[in-house]
Write a protein that binds this ligand. Structure first.
Ligand SMILES: Nc1ncnc2c1ncn2[C@@H]1O[C@H](COP(=O)(O)OP(=O)(O)OP(=O)(O)O)[C@@H](O)[C@H]1O
Ligand SMILES: [Mg+2]
Length: 216
């Protein structure tokens, strides 16, 4: 489904060029559940953002079903982000002026399937908070809202950046098992985790990044 070929991303940091991703290559097939880990700063979020079409690599390619997403027009890239990938951001990126329900609803195709949204909010224990704004939520509640927003459209690939990073063990397991359910439906998952042990029972492959390179 995805072919990541020699992906390289450089940032300018204090007037120096810093290589955040250095020729990273791997494949993601349908049914893959890939867990990515590695130390802070090793390039995990950069990798996910590049695959999700949110940042452009300096060189290399992200091929989705054989097509290089970096050659997509603005419209094609928008559709790729809307239909094909679901993204759980490390910093959530909820819209502050929309409620929990509205944040989730905004990504849904019309007519909105209210029952499906309610089911997910219920499973993630945020149904009673549906009319609250992000500023009124705990970090874990924001994280669960962001998670539902990523998964509600049934994308082909879920890109999840530390989706359980701020959750207690019970909510962590709820999210992981929902990701597991999503994956069993024939979808692909790339999950960044500092705690790969928790996700190990779902993983079909694992990748370890160090200084922008795959070391394992
Ligand atoms: N926009 C940017 N400008 C300059 N440097 C950046 C930028 N974004 C990331 N970096 C640097 O690139 C490196 C990789 O960052 P990245 O966020 O991908 O790491 P990470 O593995 O996700 O870390 P963490 O586990 O802390 O989330 C870091 O050294 C970071 O400081
Ligand atoms: Mg990160």
């Amino acid at each position: 489904m995805l072919d990541i070929v020699k992906l390289t991303k450089k940032y300018t940091k204090n007037n120096n060029i810093f290589t955040a991703l250095n020729e990273v290559s791997f494949k993601v097939d349908e049914g893959d559940f890939i867990v990515v880990n590695g130390p802070s700063g090793s390039g995990k979020s950069t990798l996910l953002h590049t695959i999700g079409g949110l940042i452009r690599p300096d060189s290399g390619q992200v091929l989705f079903k054989g097509k290089n997403i970096n050659l997509f027009t603005g419209k094609e890239l928008e559709l790729y982000r809307k239909r094909n990938v679901g993204f759980v951001f490390q910093q959530f990126h909820l819209l502050p002026y929309l409620t929990v329900f509205e944040n989730i609803k905004m990504v849904c195709p019309k007519p909105v399937n209210r029952r499906k949204i309610n089911e997910y909010m219920e499973k993630c224990s945020i149904l009673p908070l549906e009319n609250k704004y992000p500023s009124e939520l705990s970090v874990g509640e924001k994280q669960r809202t962001a998670f539902i927003r990523a998964i509600i459209t049934s994308p082909d690939i879920l890109l999840a950046d530390e989706p359980t990073g701020n959750l207690d063990p019970v909510n962590s397991e709820v999210i992981l098992s929902l990701i597991g359910e999503f994956h069993k439906g024939g979808k692909a998952v790339i999950l960044v985790s500092h705690n790969p042990g928790a996700a190990a029972k779902y993983a079909t492959k694992s990748i370890v990044l160090s200084e922008g390179q795959i070391i394992n």
